[in-house]
Write a new protein. Structure first.
Length: 258
């Protein structure tokens, strides 16, 4: 193998650090599991402009997530403009040393691959494509796509509330802060009950994580039934009572008793 020209060689730290450090965080990670075991993961990156450093950080996203979840991992790059999409495809195809075993190929999606969905009826029949639509085309102003997005989210919510909330979170975190605020304000006005429930569910999820952390720290073995009862509870006040109880109990069977 022919190395590039260099003037010296140094021994660098062998500490590889934590998976996807904060300074190199992707926009979102989806993990697909079968019987609680991860089988596939997708790292989602919304790329709004050209950044040469992504040549080095994108492979890090994939290897870190793959190592953490021990499953095949795909990088999905969503580009709101054709120029950035072309740049991302070219960047992904370049390989510094032309080593075939280092080749990595993300899927790059530009605006020409994603239809702009405005119609709620269309959104109801293809909610996943609707999520991609508002992420891709709503980066500046999501208002023209908000009705379709809300229709898709409510349709999913009718059968799978957890999935609806995950999709909602994915879209909000994938939009720039100003666009995300616009969309959230629209939802508060048009679907106040849903928005309130989403907020409550997010609080409950945080409380559940805190409760599990306390139980682990205190050395309790958590059964599958107990874990399920904790993670599926949507009442923040109930979870708070369990947290207070978890601090003092001596037997985990005392946790969920009335």
């Amino acid at each position: 193998m022919k190395l590039p020209a260099y003037t010296r060689v140094t021994v660098a730290s062998s500490e590889l650090g934590e998976a996807v450090p904060v300074s190199y965080a992707a926009d979102s990670v989806l993990v697909f599991s079968k019987h609680e075991k991860p089988v596939f993961a997708i790292v989602i990156e919304v790329q709004r402009r050209q950044e040469q450093r992504k040549r080095w950080t994108w492979p890090q996203y994939v290897t870190s997530v793959s190592a953490e979840h021990q499953c095949p991992t795909l990088l999905l790059v969503i580009c709101p403009t054709r120029t950035v999409a072309t740049w991302a495809r070219n960047l992904a195809n370049r390989n510094t040393f032309a080593l075939p075993w280092l080749t990595w190929t993300p899927i790059v999606i530009g605006p020409e691959e994603v239809p702009a969905i405005h119609d709620p009826a269309t959104a109801i029949h293809d909610p996943e494509l609707t999520m991609l639509s508002i992420i891709t085309h709503g980066q500046t102003d999501p208002t023209p796509y908000a009705d379709a997005f809300i229709a898709a989210i409510l349709t999913i919510d009718d059968t799978d509330r957890n999935r609806a909330r995950r999709y909602n979170d994915l879209v909000i975190t994938s939009l720039p802060a100003p666009a995300a605020h616009i969309l959230e304000d629209i939802m508060k006005t048009t679907t106040p009950s849903y928005t309130e429930r989403i907020t409550q569910a997010a609080v409950a999820e945080g409380e559940a994580r805190s409760l599990l952390t306390i139980l682990h720290t205190r050395g309790f073995t958590i059964s599958a039934d107990t874990r399920e009862q904790i993670t599926t509870c949507t009442d923040p006040q109930q979870l708070e009572r369990w947290i207070q109880r978890a601090i003092t109990i001596e037997d985990i069977n005392q946790l969920l008793t009335p």
